[in-house]
Design a protein around this ligand. Sequence first.
Ligand code: GTP
Ligand code: SPV
Ligand code: MN
Length: 589
Amino acid sequence: MELTKNKAVLDWIDQQIKITTPDQVVWIDGTEDQLEALREEACATGEIYKLNQEKLPGCYLHRSDPSDVARVESRTFICCKEKENAGPTNNWMDPVEMHAMLDGICAGAMKGRTMYVIPYSMGPVGSPFAKYGIELTDSIYVVLNMAIMTRVGKAILDQLGDSPDFIKGLHCKADLDPEKRYIVQFPEENAIVSVNSGYGGNVLQGKKCFALRIASNLGRQENWLAEHMLILGIQNPQGEVRYVTGAFPSACGKTNLAMLIPPEGYQKDGWKCWCVGDDIAWLRVGEDGRLWAVNPEKGFFGVAPGTNASSNPNALATTHKGTIFTNVALNLDDDTVWWEKLDKNPPKNALDWMGNPWSPETAQGPAAHPNSRFTAPAENCPCISSEFENPAGVPISAIIFGGRRAKTAPLVYQSRDWNHGVFVGSIMGSEKTAAAEGQVGETRRDPMAMIPFCGYHMADYWQHWLDMGNIIPNQPKIFNVNWFRTDENGNFIWPGFGENLRVLEWILKRCFDEADAKETEIGYLPKAEDINLTGLDLDVETLEGLLSVDRDLWKAEVAGIRDFYQQFGDKLPKELAKELADLEARLNA
Ligand code: GTP
Ligand code: SPV
Ligand code: MN
């Protein structure tokens, strides 16, 4: 039964039905009864597997096709009319040509299948931040994941009314042919098409396709920012909660920082941390002149491997009910799940992420895929912020950029001002992870952690950041962190995780003029004595090493940045060119 009379919605769905020819169309109304019936159906077909309901109530396991386990950046396109507007860091094809090709691939793709119509909201329904979308999909797995990750159902159509202002999304699994896999954004049409994939960020369109690639375009037009950022509230012993956002590339620690548990000494003193979001932030200037953030999502699509009771107990607790696990291992003895570093007791009798028999003795590879994930409701999270549903969002004191750098970047530094902060974000580099296809470990530039997600020309995006500085009277301060410096044996020097609060404390003190700093070539660094090491087995000399700026490494860095900037030609904002020249001059002084 159609759940709306909205003509724009119905006409568009009719068109998609003509192309994909599903056997039937089912509208997702958001009721638990309907979702439960879909879970049962997906269990019956083997699309998902019901886990031990005593130990993991409401939890399921899904295995994706082994060729379909991560985002595919090489097959992700921004299709605007002018190639120039997509910029050198995005794949581009003419929208008319792309539509013709996709219509061919999607022709009859839902024959013998059901089309599910998912109305969804990014942001609390009715909030001034909220934006609505409809995803048409032939995957129950996608329906169930979207129902965790976003607000779905009839309420969204009611809120939309007769308006044509929604993001149109089509997803066809087709036959999962990697050669015909396409993840396509049409920013000028507010439309998304994903075909031949069933995995994560490729097909849960609310997340990267809408909330970042399409929304970054909307933000540019409407003077706001759509960013690949966690949002964290930090409560000090005085009871004040101050909020930060953090942009780290995929699999570089956003979920972990977003659910941080203070070190024991900090807890005793009364520190608490509250999670508002772990992956995406939409940021607007508030009436008070501060920058305010909402998390447009409703759940977490988190990296499983490495999540454990000491690294991220909050994330682990979040996954104990109502969660869908993708590509983790199945413990056959008790129908629970396992992944690398969950604990020191790998299951003796298990199936690996591909469904093959696995045991620690005979293992040829990991039990869980390195990019295996959990999809878990935010409301499960023990440290979820009381402001999570606040339609106005939370005020941001600091913006933190960061990446995986074995050497160059110090533990933390502060930018000199907004424009320098934009520069610091623009030069972010990180060693590649398993979250996208490609060689793990190689360093790549990933400005603002947005290289795979910025839906227009990256240089225009930097200009937008610079312009935003002019309309934020009370700007957040901008910082860079690096938890990943290694010693000569390749071991991480900084303990990370909960201990990162020690760095956040300094960052927040800087925002409220409560801590000193020393000025260096690259920006303001803490004095070693201003980072609290109490209760930590790390000496001041080691900390000083983590806070050192190696001029030769930074000179090489400047050369790398210049290379990277080259491709943007005349479009590179002159402010950034000047920041680079100034940095070089300071290094050579
Ligand atoms: P996406 O969901 O892909 O955007 O990733 P994310 O940025 O949320 O990354 P996540 O928090 O899931 O962390 C990914 C990996 O980094 C995990 O293996 C973590 O164990 C590891 N990690 C996170 N924080 C730290 C840290 O402070 N220090 C170290 N050494 N590793 C960390
Ligand atoms: C990321 O890769 O940044 C993720 C996972 O958060 S995905 O949803 O697949 O994009
Ligand atoms: Mn992410």
